[in-house]
Design a protein. Structure first.
Length: 171
């Protein structure tokens, strides 16, 4: 017994959401949106608000410098094309890395740029020289809003509506 689409293909993405929450995402049909870091853009693939998890394709310009970031949960990176340097290590196409929660890493993208699949459990913030988190929190809602602002989140369910607070009872 196969699943049938809940809403059919979404506007300009060809992606499909099913009633049970499953989906088929066709990244080739999604637009690139500006990422939180200079010289980069992303395609949002999934958001799991219950877990605070999200996944995306990210591309960086050749030689881009990625400032230190403090992670609030693990981050997973599979390099599809290009490379980056983290500390004394070069991570290249076909390699996978795990950024441990609470880790702080700076990176430099290689001369051929970078295309990577990334998944985050939680989010991250830029880190100052002492490793303290500073600036804006990049998390599941930030990434969803950034994609939506560029028309690239139609395949992701929107955040639940906030309930209106009931009026106080006056006796």
């Amino acid at each position: 017994m196969g699943m049938t689409p809940h809403e059919g293909p979404r506007r300009n993405t060809g992606s499909i959401r099913f009633p049970d929450g499953s989906s088929i995402v066709r990244p080739g049909e999604l637009d690139w949106a500006p990422w939180a870091l200079p010289g980069s853009s992303f395609k949002l693939l999934s958001v799991n608000r219950r877990l605070g998890a999200w996944s995306c394709l990210v591309r960086f310009d050749a030689g881009a410098k990625v400032p230190g970031q403090r992670y609030f949960g693990d981050g997973f990176v599979y390099v599809m094309r290009g490379s980056y340097v983290s500390g004394d290590n070069i991570i290249q196409a076909g390699q996978f890395s795990v950024e441990a929660g609470s880790a702080v890493h700076e990176r430099t993208v290689g001369p051929d740029g970078l295309l990577a699949y990334m998944m985050f459990l939680g989010g991250f913030m830029e880190a100052d020289a002492a490793g303290r988190a500073v600036g804006e929190i990049i998390d599941a809602e930030w990434i969803y809003q950034a994609a939506a602002a560029h028309g690239a989140a139609d395949h992701i369910p929107p955040p639940p509506r906030k309930r209106a607070k009931p009026a106080p009872v006056v006796a």
